[in-house]
Structures are given as structure tokens and as C-alpha cells.
Write a protein that binds this ligand. Structure first.
Ligand code: 4NP
Length: 159
């Protein structure tokens, strides 16, 4: 078996969106028998929460959906560790721009919401400063795009 494809979900703080994306897509990959094909983690472009737990609102949303963020510890993506990853999945266009500035190749950076029909910018909006509904909205966006993302990864990024 070849090495798993290393996929990093990226947001700003790595406590709200990208940890939830990681467990949603990981669960879907497990369901499809793809656990061995991918290694999933998540990280933030910012350093404020490094070493800390997931935001309690994301953790409780995960639990509601039968997932767990209990063991999540926030980490940062930097110029120094960018080469550890094959593919990045950005939650929004700021994350996408920051990843490219850190040295990711544009073709390595996928957008989380690229797999649904959208008129507006394909972002998972940051729920950090909003109410609880923002976390349900984020979960639905992640869930709605998980299968499309896995199909894209399988078709275009598995060597
Ligand atoms: P996330 O949300 O990028 O989805 O993890 C945020 C979490 C923390 C901050 C911003 C966004 N912050 O400014 O501390």
C-alpha cells in the first residue's frame, strides 16, 4: 500500500471550522472504506490557539452529530511545515490566499465549498463571533461538500 495522501483542513484559528471539517470528512471517508487512502488533520493560519482545545460550540456540534473533537489540539500551518502536506482544503478565500503566501502551490489548495452550486463566494463563514446557528450552518456546509471533496481527491489527487 502506498503512503496515504496527507490532507490538511485549514481555517484561521483551528478551533471552529477546520477541526469540524476534519472529523466530518474523516467519518465520511471511513464509511466509504477510504481510511487507508488519506491522512487528515487540520490547522490554522493564526497562532492564537495553538495547543488549545476545539471551541466548545464546535465540540458540542460534533457531539450532536455523533462525532468527537475531544482530542483536538490546535496547530498552526507555517512556512516551515507547509511541505509536510500534499493537499490543503481552505475554509475561505482568506485561508486560500494565506496558504499560497506561505508557499503552497495554487493547485494544492482546494476550497471546501467547491462542491455545491453557489452564486456567492464559496466560503464557510467564520462562526467564531456569531451565534450558535453559525455552527449548525458550518456543519451543513461541510456535510454537503464532503462527498464531492472525497470524489475530487480520489479522481484527481490520488497518484
Ligand atoms: P476558526 O474560527 O478559524 O473557524 O477556528 C476562529 C477562531 C478564533 C479566532 C478567529 C476565528 N480568533 O480570532 O481567535
Amino acid at each position: 500500500m502506498s503512503q496515504p495522501i496527507r490532507v490538511l483542513f485549514v481555517c484561521l484559528g483551528n478551533i471552529c471550522r477546520s477541526p469540524l471539517a476534519e472529523v466530518v470528512v474523516k467519518a465520511e471517508a471511513e464509511e466509504k472504506g477510504l481510511s487507508e487512502v488519506f491522512h487528515f488533520e487540520s490547522a490554522g493560519t493564526g497562532n492564537w490557539h495553538v495547543g488549545g482545545s476545539a471551541d466548545p460550540r464546535s465540540a458540542s456540534k460534533a457531539l450532536d452529530k455523533g462525532l468527537s473533537l475531544e482530542h483536538h489540539r490546535a496547530q498552526q500551518i507555517t512556512q516551515r511545515n507547509i511541505e509536510d502536506w500534499d493537499i490543503f482544503v481552505a475554509m475561505d478565500s482568506d485561508n486560500q490566499r494565506n496558504l499560497i503566501a506561505l508557499g503552497a502551490k495554487p493547485e494544492q489548495v482546494l476550497m471546501m465549498r467547491a462542491y455545491e452550486d453557489l452564486d456567492l463566494a464559496p466560503d464557510v463563514p467564520d462562526p467564531y463571533y456569531g451565534g450558535a446557528h453559525g455552527f449548525e450552518d458550518a456543519y451543513q456546509m461541510l456535510k454537503n461538500n464532503a462527498q464531492g471533496l472525497l470524489d475530487d481527491l480520489m479522481e484527481n489527487h490520488v497518484r
